[in-house]
Design a protein around this ligand. Structure first.
Ligand code: NAP
Length: 248
């Protein structure tokens, strides 16, 4: 297994893409610290890690709170004896509305959860990674950060921001042997897209060359590649996992 000895922090690991990433990193031997916003979520992470014989724990985290991030880092140190060597910024939400109707709270919630979270967590993790002269940071952006989507000015702006943040931090941390990348999923079958109607899903599939929504495991495979030795020479890039929906 390629990730033996690594400690991987995955935000938003209760379900969907984050859960698939936590399981895939664990299957490669990483010790997994998966986060949830509630204690029920923590229990569910503990349960699925145990069921899959993965060494790891669920922990509470609200990515919009600096205090919560600081407490998380302390807990990880206590549990694992070290800081994360792999950070996956996965937690994310949608607050869709046409710009003309969008409330300040809808804009701010997206920026706090989907973009400022990267600032908080990457900052907390990159100091120990710098000392260790080793580390991997992967953030989950989205195809719509490249192509846009009506009703999602907030979400698209944040996801485009994820890619810009990634390129700048990749340049800052490359001299310390730390790679920083983003993975941009297309339409993936999770709770986020289950909110769409059957008609909307069919219309989306018509535009995907591979004619299906992606699975959370499709995205997790890209993350595993980037954090493994195989991805050692890849930094500052956005890896697209979208069935051909957008070809760059
Ligand atoms: P999901 O099923 O809705 O799960 C979202 C995760 O984020 C949950 O674990 C949730 O925790 C966590 N979360 C939400 N608010 C949080 C907060 N304030 N602090 C910490 N954690 C928080 O989402 P998903 O579809 O798997 O998406 C995962 C990532 O992929 C997101 O960044 C999303 O934007 C991106 N993405 C998804 C798609 C797609 O088609 N699904 C496409 C492109 C990009 P709780 O369960 O505790 O609430």
């Amino acid at each position: 297994m390629s990730l033996q000895g690594e400690v991987a922090l995955v935000t938003g690991a209760t379900r969907g893409i984050g859960k698939a990433i936590a399981l895939a990193l664990g299957a490669e031997g990483a010790q997994v610290m998966g986060t949830a916003t509630s204690s029920n979520g923590v229990d569910s992470i503990d349960k699925y890690l145990k069921e899959n014989n993965i060494n790891g724990s669920g922990l509470v985290l609200d990515v919009t709170s600096q205090d919560s991030v600081s407490a998380l880092m302390t807990s990880i140190k206590e549990i694992t004896g070290q800081a994360p060597s792999i950070l996956v910024n996965n937690a994310g939400i949608t607050r869709d509305n046409l710009l003309m109707r969008m409330k300040d709270e809808e804009w701010d919630a997206i920026m706090e959860t989907n973009l400022k979270s990267l600032f908080r967590l990457s900052k907390a993790c990159c100091r120990p990674m710098t000392k260790a002269r080793k580390g991997r940071i992967v953030s989950i952006s989205s195809v719509v950060g490249e192509v846009g989507n009506p009703g999602q000015t907030n979400y698209c702006a944040a996801k485009a921001g994820v890619n810009g943040f990634t390129r700048a931090l990749a340049r800052e941390l490359a001299p310390r042997n730390i790679t920083v990348n983003s993975v941009a999923p297309g339409f993936i079958d999770t709770d986020m897209t289950r909110a769409l109607s059957e008609e909307q899903r069919a219309a989306i599939c018509d535009n995907i060359p591979l004619s299906r929504l992606g699975s959370a495991e499709d995205v997790a495979a890209a993350v595993v590649y980037l954090v493994s030795d195989a991805g050692a020479y890849i930094t500052g890039t956005t890896m697209h996992v979208n069935g051909g929906l957008y070809m760059g």
